[in-house]
Design a protein around this ligand. Structure first.
Ligand code: BEZ
Length: 202
């Protein structure tokens, strides 16, 4: 399998954490792929019409995206404990947490584009404020949920771990831990997993 890869993307990281946790990483060739919201890339667009990472080219030649689809596909390829609970409350909880972690990343990445990539005179402050309100709202909801996280792992917790890792990587000045001690305590242990240490963003 080939994975369209960027070491900075929290969504690529989510896929790599799943690959490492499930033992599938040795079967995945990482193909460094640079994408940017205003950059044309006709060759890559033929493979992935949205010109985003990650995308996974399977051994059969199918192209899968986005990270949620790729992660569930990888989870279908191994016989170990599943990262996507099969049914019931555990499944909906894991999927909801995945949506919250991914949504936090979406808002953080969009804010980065608006601040880092856009010329200063064109920046839209209210829009930045709106996105950061989503980031902080998600963090507060995660702080309330953190006592329920336990010591295990599933796709929801992986998404949350990668989202918090992205904040440490790009938003150090946000100091997300200062008013969220339960989330910080959970993350300290989760971030020490081999799969998280091996995929730290660069
Ligand atoms: C980043 O550099 O922050 C980034 C790169 C790729 C996807 C998302 C974020």
């Amino acid at each position: 399998m080939k994975l369209r890869y960027s070491a900075a993307s929290p969504f690529v990281r989510k896929v790599m954490v799943v690959a490492l946790e499930t033992g599938l990483a040795p079967r995945i060739e990482r193909v460094p792929t640079t994408v940017a919201p205003i950059q044309e890339n006709p060759d890559y667009q033929r493979e992935h019409p949205l010109i985003k990472v990650p995308a996974l080219v399977t051994d059969e030649g199918a192209v899968l995206y986005d990270s949620r689809v790729i992660c569930e596909y990888l989870d279908s390829l191994h016989q170990g404990p599943k990262l996507f609970p099969a049914a019931g409350e555990a499944r909906w909880t894991a999927l909801r947490r995945q949506a919250l972690g991914d949504g936090l990343c979406d808002a953080a990445v969009l804010t980065r584009y608006e601040t880092f990539l856009r010329p200063e005179e064109k920046r839209w402050e209210q829009w930045i404020d709106g996105q950061m309100r989503k980031v902080r709202g998600a963090l507060d909801a995660l702080e309330a949920d953190a006592p329920n996280f336990g010591n295990g792992i599933d796709i929801g917790l992986i998404a949350i771990g990668c989202a918090l890792g992205y904040l440490d990587f790009r938003y150090e000045s946000e100091h997300w831990r200062s008013s969220r001690p339960k989330l910080a305590a959970w993350y300290e242990k989760f971030a020490a997993r081999a799969s998280m240490l091996e995929t730290q963003p660069k």
